[in-house]
Design a binder for this molecule. Sequence first.
Ligand SMILES: NC(=O)c1ccc[n+]([C@@H]2O[C@H](COP(=O)([O-])OP(=O)(O)OC[C@H]3O[C@@H](n4cnc5c(N)ncnc54)[C@H](O)[C@@H]3O)[C@@H](O)[C@H]2O)c1
Length: 349
Amino acid sequence: MTVFSAIDFDRHEQVNFFYDEETGLKAIIAIHNTNRGPALGGCRMWSYTDEQHAITDVLRLSRGMTYKAAMANLPFGGGKAVIIGDSHRDKSPALFRVFGQCVEQLNGRYITAEDVGTSVEDMVFIREATNHVVGLPGGSGDPSPFTAIGVYESIRSAALYRLGKSSLKGVKVAVQGLGHVGYHLCQLLADVGADLFVTDIEPELVQKAADEFKATPVSLEEIYGIEVDVFAPCALGAVINDQTIVQLKCKVVAGSANNQLENPAHGELLAKMKILYAPDYVVNAGGLIDVYYDGPAYNPDIVKVHVAGIHDTLLDVFHKAEELRISTSEAADLIAEERFRLNSDPLLK
Ligand SMILES: NC(=O)c1ccc[n+]([C@@H]2O[C@H](COP(=O)([O-])OP(=O)(O)OC[C@H]3O[C@@H](n4cnc5c(N)ncnc54)[C@H](O)[C@@H]3O)[C@@H](O)[C@H]2O)c1
């Protein structure tokens, strides 16, 4: 088992291992960087095949949160927690209370939230042991509509930059995945007259989008190869891979799914193919921005204004990539690193 020599170790400030015999809790909390503020990131519960996979996941995900928060202009650093266990079998209120005590020991350097395998209800038990938890019931609620607004703004930004279009009327968009984010996105796009092509593994969602937004249903395989302006992956990660990239006939890739590129080389390949890639962690930050404003003074209009800023952030990314002749993913990383390594954001002064 390695940490410092693990391939995903990237100058993480702190990696904490917790064990509790009574509840069986085995948790790892990684704090990647706190230059901009406390490390925020969800708590994932997953049956990892071995401990090294859990370490890899927590190192990679916590690093990603630093970049996401910096690009969203939030006064947060990046962190993440993983609980090793089966979320259907091994969960208990006591386990989450003990996990809350672990978070509390970090004195506010890490703030937790729900993630894959944990729920709003689990956060309530964590809250019994610590204040450093967000996303409780009765708060701002489901962040997906704000994530969808961020994706919509990203598509507007990319359409302006790549297609020279200031309106999305008649712009063809293929949406993969009609879940919490994808369906909201379709609504926003349909409202401004975009031409939609949709797919999902759930046929009734496809039918609903066809009825409600006059979207054209396409099969799960066809979605990559249809001639559209924008491909919006809103289902799974790693959908831009060796098998799919050769099929793409779009001019832009902009969607909510995390880790869309199977590996960084696919970002460079998209650039060579003159397909403008809007980096996923810039595009999908709307939910995180929403979480930031959660609290007694919560005002969705303020959240909307902040999320709309993703439009201009992406334009900066596109211009930087062009200027330095690098991929848009590399350009986004550079801008994020300037922000969190130098701690130079005006919000933080
Ligand atoms: N919800 C948020 O606020 C948020 C924030 C950041 C990132 N994301 C990411 O965005 C993506 C979508 O999130 P969500 O909350 O809408 O999830 P969701 O589970 O509500 O929706 C995903 C949809 O994709 C469909 N799907 C699954 N496999 C598919 C396939 N092979 N082809 C086509 N459709 C498929 C599912 O049936 C489902 O309808 C995820 O990758 C998630 O990690 C979401």
